[in-house]
Structure formats: C-alpha cells, structure tokens
Ligand binder design. Structure first.
Ligand code: SF4
Length: 182
C-alpha cells in the first residue's frame, strides 16, 4: 500500500486535523512513512499567520520539487489554512502540486488522495514531472469550497484560537482569513 507523510505547521488545531487525515488514510490501508523521501503521498498542512509559516510551507514544497523529479508517482498536496486562503494560486510555480484542500474539506482528503494515486498509476505518461505540461492543471484537485452547514461548527472550533491569531495578525501577519474571523 502507498505510504504517506504529513508535515504540519501552525496550531494544535492543525495537528488535530493532520491526525484526522492520517487516520482516514490508515483506515484505507495506507501506511505512515517516517520521512518524506519514503512516501508516496506528501501533504503539508499549512498555517497562514504564525511565524512566517506560509513562507516555510511554500519553501518546503519548492524543495520537494526535487523529490518529484526523482519519484514522479508521488502525490503532493497543500492542506489547511494557507490552502484555504490561496486556493488554486498555489499551483502556479509549483507544477508538482496535485492537491489543494481547504479547512472545511479535511474529510475529503483521503478520497482525493486515492483518486490522484490511481490517476498517476493509470497515466504514467502524465505522471513524470518532466513531461507534465505546465498548463496541465486539470490534473490537480483544488477544493476550498465551504461545506454546507459547517459555519457554526467551524466557528466553535476556532473560537479558542481567535486571540492567538488576532495577536499574530496585529503583529502584521497576513492573510487574516475567515478561519480567524469566526
Ligand atoms: S488556525 Fe490560525 S494558527 Fe492555526 S493553523 Fe490556521 S492560521 Fe495557523
């Protein structure tokens, strides 16, 4: 079975969301990889306000481009707050990124990963990073849509983090997206 690796930035809420994604992948038979170089699926669960976390995540994904050249079957994805804030814009300049999933769609990640793993296995002519056209963004999956009826839940979950994130925002961090305005 494919192995996955998740790197998490940001707060405890993101740690919890990463574990939720990990459990959903484990339930499908995926295995954890101890490092990204051994993984078939590499996911970065991002933060958009703390400690230059967005720049760290972008830099990390940029460096993973080298791994994408060596292991073209690997699925790469952005999850979480920065993914929510930036959406499909994250695909520009990072053509190895296959997946962008926002804060309300963590429960869909395992489905999307399975779809992308199968696509890459079935279309080896598309998978190699070197051959993939820069404009072949149709291959990628971007889901930052709101989940119907989720607003009160999201608001409740994020209320405890509001003060921390507001403080970060006052120090100049950005973008200050809707996960913190709840
Ligand atoms: S809720 Fe705020 S602190 Fe937590 S990961 Fe998202 S942007 Fe970062």
């Amino acid at each position: 079975m494919p192995k996955f690796f998740i790197k998490t930035y940001g707060c405890q809420m993101n740690e919890r969301d990463s574990e939720q994604v990990a459990h959903s992948l484990l339930a499908r038979g995926y295995e954890r990889a101890s490092k990204e170089s051994e993984a078939d699926v590499v996911l970065l669960n991002t933060c958009s306000v703390r400690d230059m976390a967005d720049q760290k995540a972008l830099g990390k994904m940029g460096m993973l481009g080298r791994l994408a050249k060596e292991r073209p079957h690997v699925v790469f994805g952005f999850l979480g707050c920065m993914a929510q804030a930036r959406g499909g814009e994250l695909l520009k300049g990072l053509p190895h990124v296959d997946l962008v999933v926002g804060t309300q769609k963590f429960h869909r990640v395992a489905d999307y990963v399975a779809e992308l793993v199968a696509k890459k296995a079935a279309r080896p002519e598309v998978a190699p990073y070197q051959k993939r056209a820069m404009d072949d963004l149709r291959f990628s999956i971007v889901d930052v849509a709101e989940e119907p009826g989720s607003q009160s839940t999201i608001r409740d979950q994020h209320a405890l983090h509001l003060l921390h994130c507001s403080a970060d925002a006052r120090r100049g961090a950005q973008p200050f997206h809707r996960r913190h305005r709840a």
